[in-house]
Design a protein around this ligand. Structure first.
Ligand SMILES: [Zn+2]
Length: 540
């Protein structure tokens, strides 16, 4: 048995720094190049020299690829899928140190020279010498490094189980990589006759509050969905305000009703979702004029635990109806006071209703042409395209105004939870034991609060809630889709065990080195070996 490439803490540190040095911010050239570099790195392993067919790149979109590497034992069917993402968020917040964001060793040294500028906790961590700073160290190139080390060890020592290493782009924006990977996972399973036993991610463990140094493992992940609205009022001149209704006036009622609305809070296993907030609210007036803004949009963030898309749309509609009633009551009071007739009552429509109306009025071909024109603008993101499609349809159907059109804007991350799965309970017990051997206390959290790609496996949706999502997402099937059918195929519990770090997405992003290079590798190896033992018992 030869020496392992990534078998010691020192080797892991070098590997991590190399992965970080391959900058791969979402939607940059680096993100496109990264998978080829990982592929080359994995080709250094004897196993993939002998089995080049088990190492493959698959295109996600726009020249971005995901990497899939399979280690297969001839006697094992049980397969653990190791999931990571290799894209990172942007780096502007590093300021003049931006060049060093991808050179952790240098950055950590450089920060020492200006440690007094750092927030208190980050400065103390820097001085402790226990942390390595840099973009992607924590979120989540260390997770990938750990998976690479696992597959190396498994293949060198001939572990009796199968591992799929899957690393994807675009997790930080739209999860295009993982949504593509779902179908590839189904294909691979069919081709090789695998049985997926667990989907295992190594997103970093986040502290739950400032100063919290506990190491958490996660047996599920929160979901997220974005209800959005187009407000379509009636234009007028500022000199005659009573002749119209601004979209801003309408929007103010819904935003009041949505933000912090406790109806959207879900609780499960002693944990709760954060409350909804608005992510954006703007009018669609491109330049200043004395015409009043009569079209506006709003985007809301809603976290999920159990609810599916159909249930959120129901709830959103209720909230919007109440907001419209409040708006109509206030407006009719104003009409009485001013002795005017008014422009009519605000009504609430789902996007699917507007679409049906528009198709009946203008024809299906006209409507799909209009959609295609908007989708042809690469400079607009999925959210802007969604709202613009609703807007263009309303322009064709302005007799429906004043109206609030309800829709979903991408992305959508369904919630997943395996806390009550006996296999996951056992896995967590094993991880806790392994951590205790290193003097580390591990706590379980039921829902990972950072959002992650586990959302796209182990899907269950008894009420077919996804169909409501499809019908009310204007860009559905064109520039955005979710492989719900394939997700239903990937039925296996989920678990996330990753290294401890702090301040993901901030310039003080840092990784706890003992956790990353010593404790977590031990936890992961102990877990995988305990699974091997089980496989051996069933084989014999
Ligand atoms: Zn991440």
């Amino acid at each position: 048995m030869g020496k392992l490439l990534w078998g010691t803490p020192k080797d892991l540190r070098t590997l991590l720094c190399e992965l970080v040095s391959w900058e791969s911010r979402t939607l940059t050239e680096g993100e496109k190049e990264f998978p080829f570099k990982v592929e080359n790195k994995l080709k250094q392993l004897d196993y993939f020299k002998q089995h080049p067919e088990f190492l493959a790149l698959h295109e996600a979109d726009q020249g971005r690829n995901l990497v899939m590497a399979l280690y297969e034992h001839p006697k094992a069917a049980d397969t653990i899928v190791l999931i990571s993402h290799f894209d990172t968020v942007q780096t502007e917040e590093y300021g003049d140190l931006e060049q060093l964001a991808f050179r952790p060793e240098e950055l950590t040294k450089k920060l020492f020279e200006r440690k007094d500028d750092l927030p208190e906790e980050a400065r103390a961590d820097l001085e402790s010498g226990n942390y390595l700073f840099g973009r992607g160290t924590m979120d989540m190139k260390m997770g990938l490094a750990l998976h690479m080390a696992l597959i190396e060890k498994a293949s060198t020592e001939n572990w009796p189980l199968n591992l799929v290493l899957l690393t994807v782009p675009d997790e930080e924006v739209n999860s295009m990589g993982m949504r593509k990977a779902v179908s590839e996972l189904v294909n691979l399973r069919e081709e090789r006759g695998l049985s997926y036993k667990m989907f295992f991610n190594s997103e970093p463990a986040f502290s739950q509050k400032p100063g919290d140094e506990k190491h958490y493992v996660y047996s599920g992940t929160l979901g997220k969905i974005m209800p959005a609205a187009l407000f379509y009022g009636k234009e007028t001149h500022v000199g005659e305000p009573l002749k119209g209704m601004t979209a801003n006036y309408m929007a103010s009622f819904l935003s009041q009703a949505m933000e912090w609305n406790a109806l959207y809070r879900e609780s499960d296993l002693g944990e709760s979702t954060p409350l909804p907030v608005s992510l954006q609210q703007k009018d669609l007036k491109m330049q200043y004029s004395t015409q009043t803004p009569y079209r506006a949009t709003a985007l809301y963030n809603v976290f999920l635990m159990k609810r599916n898309a159909a249930e959120v749309m129901e709830l959103f509609e209720q909230t919007a109806m109440q907001a419209a009633t409040m708006c109509n009551t206030a407006y009719s009071g104003l009409c009485r006071r001013e002795g005017i007739e008014g422009i009519g009552e605000v009504q609430v429509l789902r996007f699917e209703q507007l679409l049906k109306y528009a198709e009946a009025k203008r024809g299906v071909r006209f409507v799909s042409k209009l959609k295609a024109e908007i989708l042809a603008h690469p400079e607009w993101d999925e959210r802007e395209k969604s709202l613009r499609i609703a807007d263009k349809l309303m322009i064709q159907c302005h007799e429906l105004a004043p109206a609030i059109i309800l829709l979903f804007a991408p992305p959508y991350y369904p919630a997943v939870n395996s806390s009550e799965d006996p296999f996951i309970m056992e896995c967590i017990a094993t991880v806790k034991r392994a951590a205790a051997e290193k003097g580390i206390e591990v706590d379980q959290v039921h829902y990972f609060n950072g959002l992650c790609d586990l959302s796209y496996v182990n899907y269950s949706d008894p009420g077919n809630g996804w169909s409501s999502y499809e019908r009310n997402t204007p860009v559905w099937g064109k520039t955005y889709s979710i492989p719900f059918a394939d997700m239903l195929e990937l039925q296996a519990p989920v678990l996330n065990v990753g290294p401890f770090g702090k301040d993901a997405h901030q310039y003080t992003e840092r990784l706890h080195m003992d956790s990353a290079f010593v404790h977590t590798p031990h936890m992961l190896e102990s877990l995988m070996k305990s699974l091997c033992k089980k496989v051996l018992e069933t084989v014999q």
